[in-house]
Ligand binder design. Structure first.
Ligand code: HEC
Length: 129
């Protein structure tokens, strides 16, 4: 009887442990998509500005800076160590940095700056999405 109880107790502890680990893994799960959605939002705002021909310099700089800082989360959050993947993430960061030196102050300048960034997004999506 005692032995059966100990076995049962062991099982319960084991299951509780598994549940804890599973929820810890689950909490990590939304991050890759959250990073991508954040970048998608800022790219969308820049595209809207271009469409409306209203490229406020401060707003444009803000969205580019948010893209740049969010892009630094790609590698740690996705946890993909493949050279191709990390290389494409670095490429995006480099292009964002270039787009901010100096930050575009007109729609024409923004259109030119955003093209290589958009290409960097697409290049990784073609291979990994
Ligand atoms: C280094 C690779 C890489 C780069 C660079 C990259 N992405 Fe992604 N992106 C992915 C992967 C992988 C997925 C699929 C994620 C998933 O389904 O969990 C994705 C998915 C997305 C999604 C869809 C998210 C969803 O819920 O399915 C959006 C939006 C997105 N990316 C936007 C962008 C934008 C905007 C850029 C450029 C500024 C960009 N991405 C650059 C790898 C990348």
């Amino acid at each position: 009887m005692r032995v059966a109880l100990m076995i049962l107790l062991g099982l319960v502890i084991g299951i509780l442990g598994t549940v804890n680990v599973m929820s810890a893994l689950d909490a990590r799960h939304p991050m890759p998509k959250a990073v991508m959605h954040t970048m998608g939002y800022h790219m969308g705002e820049l595209a809207h500005a271009l469409k409306a021909k209203q490229c406020d310099a401060a707003q444009v700089r803000h969205h580019l800076e948010r893209l740049q800082s969010t892009a630094t989360d790609i590698v740690p959050v996705f946890g993909i160590a493949e050279k191709d993947f990390t290389g494409k993430a670095t490429e995006l960061q480099t292009r964002l940095q270039q787009a901010l030196q100096p930050a575009p102050t007109s729609c024409a300048a923004l259109a030119t700056a955003i093209k290589p960034i958009d290409d960097a997004c697409k290049s990784c999506h073609q291979q990994y999405r």
